[in-house]
Design a protein around this ligand. Structure first.
Ligand code: HEC
Ligand code: HEC
Length: 311
């Protein structure tokens, strides 16, 4: 009996140690950051391409009952309802106490490229850092400089309400072992400059893959089915296949895609809806050559799996 008990205790200890070791936060150090003079205008473009306001800005009700957001007020508090529970989006305004005003550029880079907040706190991937990790250090330094120009806003954001075992923050370290490497998007030397720029915007700040791809049980994107379509995070309808499948936008020309990103109109005279609306509105604010680049990159994607429905 005693030996069994000792054995069980030993197994628990080994398990706990393994969990501890596997979930140690991985971060960059100051030496990894390039020497770069921040460009606030480019930082604002990254903010728009990244759709940060969609989650972090405060929704305001107008007197007509319309809900609009002031993209400069990043007080958070919006909630994201998911299968694992409800996330309350944090304050990322420069308020030193309730926002990220006290964060260094390195702290910010670690959140964006490693999913780790100061103090070694693992961040949940409901914050789409599995895409933002592909951003260039220089663009992140610019983005931080832009965020620093915004007004500090105080806010108290409730704690996330997640189901067990997802409420164990440290466990996110296991997910990060599989899906986070902090590697910047690598341009394809065979592809044109425009395709590579588009690839960067799609895979990095634009985080298009997050909604347009099916996920596995761990919440990771199934790489082989990237862009093949998935259920919309709104729960209403689908985020369609945006690869070259004839089921999706395979028969749209590059110009059709660029026009859609600019105006929200599809070649069959439909208009964009659902959670793609704010994404499209952000794309419309980018330089035209960036929209053309995104379209050029999407045209290089494989068809992907034929249907978003079949697992
Ligand atoms: C899909 C919604 C979503 C988008 C888009 C998004 N975030 Fe977040 N972000 C979150 C959530 C949710 C968290 C908190 C995750 C957690 O609880 O661990 C978060 C956390 C953060 C944090 C850590 C804050 C802290 O106090 O620990 C930073 C910094 C951040 N986001 C910056 C950004 C920036 C910059 C952008 C745009 C490039 C962005 N986020 C886009 C949802 C989002
Ligand atoms: C927040 C989730 C989300 C993100 C992020 C997102 N999309 Fe979408 N997208 C959708 C949804 C949902 C639809 C379907 C919209 C509708 O019902 O009209 C859609 C539709 C589209 C369409 C039209 C497809 C068709 O067959 O009509 C294109 C093209 C597209 N997205 C491209 C992109 C690109 C490029 C990005 C990255 C810059 C992106 N999306 C990011 C959710 C998303």
């Amino acid at each position: 009996m005693r030996t069994v008990l000792l054995l069980v205790l030993a197994l628990i200890a080994v398990g706990a140690l393994a969990f501890y070791l596997l979930t140690i936060p991985v971060t960059f150090s100051a030496a990894d950051l390039p020497d770069h003079t921040p460009d606030v205008a480019n930082g604002k473009m990254m903010f728009i391409a990244g759709g940060c306001a969609e989650c972090h800005a405060v929704p305001v009700k107008t007197c007509d009952g319309l809900e609009i957001e002031d993209e400069t007020q990043l007080a958070g508090s919006r909630c994201l309802k998911t299968d694992v529970g409800t996330f309350h989006v944090p304050n990322i305004s420069p308020d030193p106490e309730t926002g990220i005003g006290g964060w260094s550029t390195l702290d910010f880079v670690n959140a964006m490229k490693r999913g780790v907040a100061p103090g070694g706190v693992h961040l949940y991937p409901s914050f789409p850092y599995t895409s933002y990790q592909r951003m260039r250090f220089e663009d992140l330094i610019d983005l931080k400089a832009y965020l620093d120009t915004l007004p500090p806003v105080r806010s108290t954001v409730p704690a996330n309400a997640l189901h067990f075992p997802y409420n164990i923050r440290r466990g996110v370290g296991l997910f990060q072992r599989l899906y986070v490497d902090g590697k910047t998007f690598e341009p394809d030397p065979q592809a044109s400059q425009s395709v590579n720029r588009g690839g960067y915007l799609v895979m990095g700040p634009g985080h298009c893959v997050q909604c347009h791809s099916p996920r596995n049980a761990l919440g990771g994107i199934i790489a082989s089915a990237a862009f093949a379509g998935a259920k919309s995070p709104s729960g209403k309808g689908d985020a369609p296949n945006i690869g070259s499948s004839s089921e999706g936008i395979g028969d749209w020309s590059q110009a059709d895609i660029a026009y859609f990103l600019e105006t929200g109109s599809t070649p069959d005279f439909d208009v964009v809806g659902d959670v793609m609306v704010p994404v499209q509105e952000n794309m419309a604010r980018l330089p035209a050559k960036d929209r053309e680049a995104i379209a050029a990159f999407l045209k290089t994607l494989p068809p992907g799996r034929e249907s978003a429905e079949t697992p």
